[in-house]
Design a protein around this ligand. Structure first.
Ligand code: AMP
Ligand code: ZN
Length: 141
């Protein structure tokens, strides 16, 4: 099966075996490996084999395969490492904290007060504003 690739992309190099990784799983559409900058022990990544930068361009079946691989890894992390919680996190664009523009899902084990800045307090939104945005999105779905 052929996939889009980008010769300058670090994850394409991992997919191609040009640079090493601690590979956990691989199938025809995905690979999973350990993150080299773990926020907590067991932090790992489920990555599309093909080079699709973000969620807007990746084919839905490939995104589904990346999610299925993330689920397998998450199950192993949960049963073997027993973290207090796990976030599956997928960032798109620099404002979302994406540093590698090759689609991936983080399997991120969590502990209380681990300092990972992903959780937020509830702050009720303005109903009219929510509805206005809702109408714009509904119109393009
Ligand atoms: P993001 O910021 O969501 O794009 O996540 C990119 C992740 O890739 C970060 O958590 C990095 O630690 C991780 N990463 C970057 N280079 C490598 C590498 N060579 N092997 C494993 N993980 C990597
Ligand atoms: Zn790539």
């Amino acid at each position: 099966m052929s996939h889009p690739t980008d010769a300058n992309c670090i994850f394409c190099k991992i997919v191609a075996g040009q640079i090493p990784s601690f590979k956990l799983l691989e199938d025809d559409k995905t690979i999973a490996f350990m993150d080299i900058n773990p926020v907590n022990p067991g932090h790992s990544l489920s990555v599309a084999r093909g080079h699709w930068p973000m969620v807007d361009t990746i084919p839905a079946d490939v995104l589904g395969a990346v999610a299925a691989t993330a689920q397998k890894v998450a199950k192993a992390v949960m049963s073997e490492l027993k973290p207090n919680g796990v976030n599956l996190l997928q960032a798109n664009g620099p404002g979302a904290g994406q540093s590698v523009p090759h689609l991936h899902i983080h399997i991120m084990p969590r502990q209380p007060n681990d300092g990972v800045a992903l959780n937020w307090e509830y702050k009720p939104g303005d109903k009219a504003e929510i509805e206005a945005i809702y109408k714009r999105l509904k119109a393009v779905l």
